[in-house]
Design a protein around this ligand. Structure first.
Ligand SMILES: *Cc1c(COP(=O)(O)O)cnc(C)c1O
Length: 280
């Protein structure tokens, strides 16, 4: 959102009040206008637009080549649930770092999927205690993955994803990040922080319309998730395998949302992407 939009309490280009929530939020007139057409989900032009969106999302987290974006129809939580239930095998155990509602939600997803968890919880204004996290990792070798929320939207606290990633690498754990309200606003270097997967959605910092979640996945880690999924629709491996084979979605994609997301990404790039934001 540009600065003048924030300062002016007037109406947006369309006369609607500005949405100053984390998302969904006010979109530009051009993002809205891009939806005034219809696409067949298997049309070559739509398949090409979708492919460009997926490639650009991986680049935003410096994942060119080594990472692949798997989109998931639905809101952000669909992507987080797809990430957790696809990456964590039935024999897995997740160290869930909680300091707000979205950490709690991840724990609930894992409970429903009957995946074992170990919780490290801190107050909503306190990041995880890295010394304690390391002690837990040392004492509990059965932990297979670490999960953290990048920016806990409930309080706005920013969690130390690089330091947690260093621990994940040191103890050889999978590393799963919910970056919903930070992706596109704060830099993420997925390979440098040893992330296996980063989940986000179309309707937050990139300023698209709601309807598509996505998970940027390290290719080998994703390849190893085959057969883990607890549901057909949220199976990231199956969704990916189908893209590799046909370039198309398994089930009806939100075509207009994806075309609007393509336009929102073009506007994000025209504004300089994350060019002058310092590294985290
Ligand atoms: C917005 C958000 C989500 C996803 O919420 P949905 O309502 O499913 O789009 C997940 N995690 C965080 C940190 C969020 O800010």
């Amino acid at each position: 959102m540009n600065q003048s939009a924030v300062l002016k309490p007037a109406a947006s280009e369309t006369g609607d009040p500005f949405l100053l929530t984390p998302g969904p939020l006010t979109t530009s007139r051009t993002v809205k206008a891009s939806m005034a057409h219809d696409w067949g989900s298997r049309d070559a032009s739509f398949v090409a637009i979708n492919k460009a969106v997926l490639a650009r999302l991986a680049e935003i987290v410096h994942g060119e080549g080594d990472y692949v974006t798997v989109p998931m129809q639905g809101s952000g939580t669909f992507a987080v649930e797809a990430m957790l239930t696809s990456f964590v095998p039935p024999t897995g155990k997740v160290l869930v770092l909680i300091n707000g509602a979205y950490g709690q939600r991840a724990k609930r997803i894992l409970d429903i999927a009957r995946r074992k968890t170990v919780v490290h919880e801190t107050a909503e204004d306190a990041p995880p205690d890295l010394k304690k996290v390391e002690t837990v990792l040392k004492r509990t070798p059965s932990i297979t993955h670490i999960f953290v929320v990048h920016c806990e939207t409930t309080s706005g606290i920013l969690n130390p994803i690089a330091e947690i990633g260093a621990l994940a690498a040191k103890y050889k754990k999978g590393y799963l990040i919910d970056s919903m309200s930070a992706f596109g606003a704060l830099p993420i270097d997925a390979p440098a922080i040893h992330a296996d997967a980063v989940a986000a959605s179309s309707n937050k910092c990139i300023e698209g319309v709601p309807g598509l979640g996505f998970v940027v996945c390290q290719r080998d880690a994703l390849a190893a998730t085959r057969g883990n999924a607890t549901t057909l629709v949220l199976d990231l491996h199956d969704q990916w395998a189908n893209f590799e084979k046909t370039g198309q979605y398994r089930f009806t994609p939100p075509t207009h949302v994806i075309v609007a997301f393509h336009q929102a990404l073009a506007e994000f790039d025209a504004e300089g992407a994350l060019g002058d934001v310092g590294a985290v």
